[in-house]
Design a protein around this ligand. Structure first.
Ligand code: NAD
Ligand code: WQD
Length: 338
C-alpha cells in the first residue's frame, strides 16, 4: 500500500515510517516541522535503505495538501500531525483547537475529495478522562478531559465517527496510545523534545547525560504501592508495529475501529527510575516535589482487544525501553542538532 503519513518526521511517525518501509509499504511524508526536523527523514532513509517523497506542508493548507494527494495518490493515511503538549495547550487553547481539530477537518476534506477513505488516527488514553477504573477498555465511556490537548483528541474521535455515519465506505482506525517511550535500536531516531521535556523518560535521560540537574518526582502521596503515579509505558517500536497491524487488520473493513495500544502493565515513577538505573548502570538524581495538576494516580490499558482482533501485542519490556531511550540520548545529546 502507499501510505501518506502526516507528522511523519515526529517521534512516533518516524518510527512508524521505518516499520512501514521495512515491511514493503510505500510512504509519503507530510510535515510542517513545527516540532521536528527534515533531518529525521534522512535518518529514516538511511536506516531502511529506501527513498520516499516528503513534503513540507501544514495540513491546514488545503490547496497544497490537495496537490500532494493528487500527485502522490495514496491508498491510506496515518495521521500523526498535531501539537501534543498538555501544559502548552492550557496556555494556547485556540492554537491547539486550530492545529489539531481544524487541521484534521481539512485533511478529511481533502481525503474525501480525492477518494481516499482509509485513515489511522493517533488518539490518546487521555480521552478516558478520570472516571473509569483501570485497566481501561475501549468500550468504557470517554470524556472529562482536563486540558485542551485531550479535548482535541476527544473531538477528533467524534468527528471521525460522524464522518463514518455520513459515508460508511470509510475505514477509520482510532488508536489510543498509552505512554510511548524508548527509541529505535540503532540509536539514530528517537524523541527529541524542544526545550524542557514535559514527559518522564526524556527528563530522566537528560538528567542522566547531565543536561538537567535533577528530576522532580511529582508527588509520592498517591494511593499506589509506593505513592507515585502508575502508567502504562509502551515501547515506541511496538507502538509503530501496532499501526501496521491496524492497517493489515482494518484497512479493508469499513467502520470505526478503536484500539488501545498499551502493554497492560503499569509501572510507577519510582519503578521507571529504578529500571533505568539498573538497565544502564547510572544513578538518577531526583527530588520528590508536590503533585502536578491533572495527573491521574493510575492509568493502564486493557490491551486484549488489539491482541484478539489484530494479533498485535507489545513485545518489549521496561528494561529495553530504558536501554534504547538511553542509547538514543547518549548518542544524540542535542537531538537532531548534532
Ligand atoms: P511529535 O510532535 O514528535 O510529532 C508530531 C509531528 O506533527 C511533528 O513532526 C510536527 O512537526 C508535525 N505537525 C504538527 N502540526 C502539524 C501541522 N499542522 N501540519 C503538518 N505537520 C504538523 O509527536 P509524537 O509524540 O510523534 O505524536 C504523534 C501523534 O501521537 C500526535 O498526534 C500526538 O498527539 C499523539 N500522541 C502522542 C503521545 C505521546 O506521548 N508522544 C501519546 C498519545 C498520542
Ligand atoms: C508520567 C508520570 C508524572 C515528568 C502525557 C499526556 C498524555 C499522553 C502521554 C499524549 C506521571 C510523572 C513526569 C516529570 C514526574 N500524551 N513525572 N516528573 O502525564 O502520563 O501522559 O503523555 O497524548 O496525554 O498527558 O506522561 O511522561 O508526563 O508523566 O514525576 O518531570 O511521570 O507525574 O506520573 P502522562 P508523563
Amino acid at each position: 500500500m502507499k501510505i501518506l503519513v502526516t507528522g511523519g518526521a515526529g517521534y512516533i511517525g518516524s518510527h512508524t515510517a521505518v516499520e512501514l518501509l521495512d515491511s514493503g509499504h510505500e510512504i509519503v511524508v507530510v510535515d510542517n516541522y513545527i516540532n521536528s526536523s527534515p533531518k529525521v527523514l534522512d535518518r529514516v532513509r538511511e536506516l531502511t535503505g529506501k527513498d520516499f517523497e516528503s513534503f513540507e506542508c501544514d495540513i491546514r493548507d488545503k490547496k497544497k495538501l490537495t496537490e500532494i494527494f493528487q500527485k502522490t495518490k495514496p491508498d491510506a493515511v496515518i495521521h500523526f500531525a498535531g501539537l501534543k503538549s498538555v501544559g502548552e495547550s492550557v496556555m494556547k487553547p485556540l492554537e491547539y483547537y486550530d492545529n489539531n481539530i481544524y487541521g484534521t477537518v481539512v485533511l478529511l476534506e481533502v481525503m474525501r475529495a480525492c477518494g481516499v477513505k482509509k485513515i489511522v488516527f493517533s488518539s490518546s488514553a487521555t480521552v478516558y478522562g478520570g472516571g473509569n477504573v483501570p485497566p481501561l477498555r475501549e468500550d468504557m465511556p470517554v470524556g472529562g478531559t482536563t486540558n485542551p490537548y485531550g479535548t482535541t483528541k476527544l473531538h477528533i474521535e467524534k468527528i471521525l465517527s460522524d464522518l463514518y455515519v455520513a459515508d460508511n465506505l470509510f475505514s477509520i482506525v482510532i488508536l489510543r496510545y498509552f505512554n510511548p517511550i524508548g527509541a529505535h535500536d540503532s540509536g539514530r531516531i528517537g524523541e527529541a523534545p524542544n526545550g524542557l521535556p514535559n514527559n518522564l523518560m526524556p527528563y530522566i535521560t537528560q538528567v542522566a547525560c547531565g543536561k538537567l540537574e535533577c528530576l522532580r518526582v511529582f508527588g509520592d502521596d498517591y494511593p499506589t504501592p509506593d505513592g507515585t503515579c502508575i502508567r502504562d509505558y509502551i515501547h515506541v517500536v511496538d507502538l509503530a508495529k501496532g499501526h501496521l497491524a491496524a492497517l493489515n487488520g482494518c484497512a479493508d473493513k469499513p467502520g470505526v475501529h478503536i484500539f488501545n495500544l498499551g502493554t497492560g502493565v503499569g509501572y510507577s515513577v519510582f519503578d521507571v527510575i529504578n529500571a533505568f538505573e539498573k538497565a544502564n548502570g547510572l544513578k538518577i538524581n531526583y527530588v520528590v516535589t508536590g503533585r502536578r495538576d491533572g495527573d491521574l494516580p493510575v492509568c493502564y490499558a486493557d490491551a486484549t482487544k488489539a491482541n484478539e482482533v489484530l494479533g498485535w501485542r507489545a513485545e518489549r519490556g521496561i528494561e529495553n525501553m530504558c536501554l534504547t531511550s538511553w542509547n538514543w540520548q547518549s548518542k544524540n545529546p542535542n537531538g537532531y542538532d548534532d
